[in-house]
Write a protein that binds this ligand. Structure first.
Ligand SMILES: [Zn+2]
Length: 396
């Protein structure tokens, strides 16, 4: 069988506003033999059908089939139609390729920032430390290791200023010294407090990355210490290639933040209840009524460096804040001495577990304790052995 390569019959790119309001380019290629006025007709059909569909439908077969059937109504015969969709910068008209979840972007051609519906949005940014400074930091923390890769990303955060008012009641269990012994006591605590906080919420659907919690703390700290500045389009254009496009809108962020701050308020309540006593064993909050007020958040791009370095034949990773050069997280090689200590630890735990099991088997009738000891002991021994052979340990 001979397969003939399909000939391009017509090609067009149309600017469309979809039914759900997204500003896009639709490119269409028709395969077959060229026919008179086919390009014009294809352009009209794409523009017509495209603006009557939602963004997601443009990717489906339905759209393609509709285009084909419309073409045949006009008497055109084509073998196939292929469709590609991209966003269109409302400022400069450039075609923008985004991952499907992105809903806000910075145009790398003109520096315009806004959402996929063409609405302009102010963004704030911290300038990043230059690459050389980051490389020096890595050298300092690793004792002169060789950097394999240093990757800059601007992580988007919706930053909220919030006020939390909490009414709570809790039961605190604590210990007091009576003579030579400790005695367990219980107390009920209740109060109302108010706290002003700054909370950075990662504007990405998958918010996990290496050193994410540390970065959140770093952003919160720097927001108070040296607030980020609103970017000019010139600056926006220069950072655009490194920006992780936000996937959470302002409204979505406002919904998520209330839940998150309720958790934050609960933790503050627990800490406050705990701080009233010493030797606290447990805190149980049985009444909790938070009242949360949040400001309109601003969108901030925070520079984050992910680095990979080589040391002693291994490859390790690390993360630094580009705002102030803070070390967020770093994998460091495990030394032979540390390996030995962990192996000895594992051996010791295993030996003690054996003794414990024997002891309970001799003294207790049920043998339940010995099973518990065996499970815990062997588990710890295994964890220690494993860590002795792991590649790296993490340092913060
Ligand atoms: Zn642009």
């Amino acid at each position: 069988m001979i397969v003939l390569e399909s000939e391009i019959a017509a090609q067009t790119t149309v600017s469309v506003s979809t039914r759900d309001g997204r500003i896009v380019y639709i490119s269409a290629t028709a395969y077959g033999t060229p026919q008179p006025n086919l390009t014009d007709t294809l352009t009209r059909i794409i523009s017509d059908i495209g603006s009557r569909l939602d963004y997601w439908q443009l990717y489906g077969d339905k759209f393609r089939l509709q285009v084909l059937s419309e073409l045949s109504k006009y008497g055109y015969k084509v073998e196939n139609v292929e469709v590609a969709v991209s966003y269109r910068c409302p400022n400069c008209g450039a075609a923008i390729e985004l991952n499907p979840e992105a809903i806000i972007y910075v145009c790398k051609y003109c520096g315009w920032s806004g959402d996929i519906f063409g609405k302009n949005l102010k963004i704030y940014v911290w300038p990043t430390l230059p690459r050389q400074s980051v490389e020096q930091l890595v050298k300092r923390f690793t004792g002169g290791a060789k950097i394999v890769e240093a990757d800059l990303k601007y992580v988007p955060y919706w930053i909220f200023k919030a006020s939390i008012t909490v009414n709570y009641a809790a039961k605190v269990v604590y210990k007091v010294k009576r003579g030579k012994k400790y005695v367990r006591r219980e107390a009920n605590v209740g109060e109302k407090f108010e706290k002003e906080i700054v909370y950075p919420l990662v504007a990405r659907l998958n918010a996990e990355f290496y050193g994410d919690l540390e970065m959140q703390g770093n952003v919160e700290y720097n927001f108070r210490k040296k607030p980020p500045k609103e970017v000019t389009s010139e600056e926006a254009r220069s950072i655009a290639p490194y920006v992780l496009s936000p996937e959470i809108s302002r409204d979505e962020a406002k919904e998520i933040i209330v839940d998150e701050l309720e958790d934050v308020g609960l933790n503050i309540a627990k800490d406050r209840a705990k701080s009233r006593f010493s030797n606290v064993e447990s805190v149980h909050v049985y009444y909790y009524e938070p009242e949360i007020r949040v400001s309109d958040p601003i969108l901030v791009m925070a520079p984050y460096w992910f680095i990979i370095y080589k040391s002693k034949g291994g490859i390790y990773s690390g993360a630094f804040s580009g705002i102030d050069g803070d070390l967020l997280k770093l994998e460091v090689p495990i030394t032979p001495v540390e390996r030995l200590v962990r192996l000895l630890g594992a051996w010791l735990v295993a030996a003690l577990t054996g003794l414990g099991v024997e002891f309970f088997l001799n003294t207790s009738s049920s043998g339940k304790e010995s099973i518990v000891i065996a499970v815990i002991g062997l588990g710890s021994a295994l964890a220690l052995t494993k860590s002795a052979f792991s590649e790296a340990k993490v340092r913060r």
